[in-house]
Design a protein around this ligand. Structure first.
Ligand SMILES: C[S@@+](CC[C@H](N)C(=O)[O-])C[C@H]1O[C@@H](n2cnc3c(N)ncnc32)[C@H](O)[C@@H]1O
Length: 191
């Protein structure tokens, strides 16, 4: 099978994650292929112009989204400097230097100062801070923006305030995409 540059990098990261995600090792917690289909389908259907990602790790999910975006841009924020450097390299190798802007720092400090307006937000960083990330991002999102949150089943207790808000505030139409052991919350802003 012939892979393009982005697919090659994605497969490499998947292999590294598979090798690393064993007891006793430091995990490489990428969204992975199965849950990643949620991101791919939203990108294909909603065709966002500007995506904000909170939690880059080594660039897997950003590359997966960029690969499915015909136009538009991704801004992704990573706290850890080593992950940031690895992500920059992977993004360059995937051919998305112009499509993905990687920023190094704490999303809670960076997001309030962003000037762009986003029609999709992907939250995948510290689980207990999801509500804070969303509140920081909300003033920067369009009226019908889509918010995607990984680990909404496995870490549902840690992100209870976030899930209560997107499900019950009336500001979003929200549903869990259930993948058995884990799930992805997809919330469409309705006001
Ligand atoms: C689960 S990983 C992200 C996985 C990535 N989205 C993917 O699917 O390939 C979470 C990342 O969020 C980063 N992180 C944690 N808190 C953060 C913060 N406040 N701002 C930015 N990044 C943060 C961590 O350093 C880690 O690399």
């Amino acid at each position: 099978m012939i892979f393009n540059k982005a697919d090659k990098v994605l497969r490499e990261i998947e292999k590294a994650a598979e090798a690393q995600n064993k007891p006793g090792n430091v995990a490489l917690p990428i969204i992975g292929r199965e849950k990643g289909t949620v991101l791919e389908n939203i990108i294909k259907e909603a065709k966002p112009d500007a995506v904000l990602e909170i939690g880059t790790l080594v660039g897997y999910s950003a590359i997966l989204m960029a690969k499915n975006m015909k136009k538009g841009k991704i801004v992704t924020i990573e706290f850890n400097s080593r992950n940031f450097e690895a992500a920059k390299l992977n993004i360059e190798r995937a051919g998305f230097r112009d499509k993905i802007e990687v920023m190094n720092g704490d999303a809670l400090k960076i997001v309030p100062n962003l000037e762009d307006e986003f029609d999709m937000v992907f939250i995948d960083a510290e689980k207990k801070d999801y509500f804070k990330y969303l509140k920081a991002a909300e003033p920067k999102t369009t009226k019908n923006a889509t918010v995607v949150a990984d680990n909404a089943k496995r870490f549902a207790n840690d992100m209870k305030d976030f899930l209560d808000y997107v499900r019950n505030s009336g500001n979003y139409r929200s549903e869990l995409r259930d993948f058995g052991a884990d799930g992805v919350e997809v919330s469409r802003r309705i006001r």
